[in-house]
Design a protein around this ligand. Structure first.
Ligand code: DC
Length: 234
């Protein structure tokens, strides 16, 4: 069982993927966290986030581990240290799309993601290129989107709940910029796979999106592909 979930920042992929994995008893992998981990290490070591060669060396020489926990989601370990919280820092947000542009970094991380998928009985993997590049044979592929204002609003609320208050306009601009970099990069840009089910979550609740995915996963994969499911969340 392999399920690919892609989409832009703030579309609700992580929380939806985690909940669907929990309800189906599958492992969940947040691949964005892996790009974030490399970004944090580069920033801490003063490596230029635009220098592909240096980033490649750094990626090959580090020990990146993702520990799956049913209740906590993914814990990220870098060289033995738990960096799960640190990879969400604003300085990582601002630089991660640049690191994710590097083909060398992508090659290493995609390899690791595919190896993790092979080891598991069933996995839900979430990111930007899972359906198009990492798990191309996955029988279930979803692309979650939402308009950019709504995605920024969700992120703002999420951050406020953690007592981090940032100006809404700054957040909106940052998300729009990350979308642009992710969509325009040469290597595995953010795209819906041709056989993915595209769901616009703008006007749906978290539970409605989860239910909709579960319903489609329980139906045959070929039904999923035939269905034109844009905006069909019930
Ligand atoms: O989902 P996120 O915001 O944690 O992702 C962080 C960055 O990593 C984002 O700019 C896109 C990039 N990314 C990617 O290029 N490919 C993936 N499979 C996952 C994330």
């Amino acid at each position: 069982m392999q399920i690919a979930i892609d989409g832009p920042a703030g579309a609700g992929k992580s929380s939806v993927a985690r909940e669907v994995a929990r309800r189906l008893g599958l492992v969940y992998l947040d691949t964005g966290a892996m790009y974030r981990a490399i970004t944090l290490k580069a920033l801490n070591e003063g490596v230029d986030v635009n220098d592909g060669k240096m980033l490649s060396r750094l990626t090959k020489n580090c020990k990146l581990e993702v520990v799956y926990d049913d209740s906590l989601g993914n814990r990220i370990l870098m060289d033995g240290n738990d960096i799960t919280e640190e990879i969400r820092a604003p300085r990582v947000n601002q630089n991660v799309s640049l690191v994710a542009k590097s083909s060398e970094v992508r090659k290493e991380l995609v390899h690791l993601q595919q190896a993790i998928a092979k080891k598991t009985g069933g996995i839900i993997m979430e990111g930007r290129d899972i359906g198009t590049n990492v798990l191309t044979d996955a029988p279930y592929k979803f692309f979650l989107s939402a308009d950019v204002e709504e995605r920024a609003r969700r992120r703002w609320v999420e951050m406020k709940e953690k007592n981090v208050v940032v100006p809404f306009q700054d957040l909106l601009e940052e998300i729009a910029m990350r979308d642009r970099i992710d969509q325009e990069r040469e290597d595995a840009p953010l795209r819906a796979a041709p056989d993915a089910c595209v769901i616009d979550t703008t006007s749906y609740s978290f539970e409605e999106v989860v239910q909709n995915l579960l319903e489609m996963i329980r139906s045959a994969p070929r039904d999923l592909q035939k269905k034109s499911c844009s905006g069909e969340v019930r």
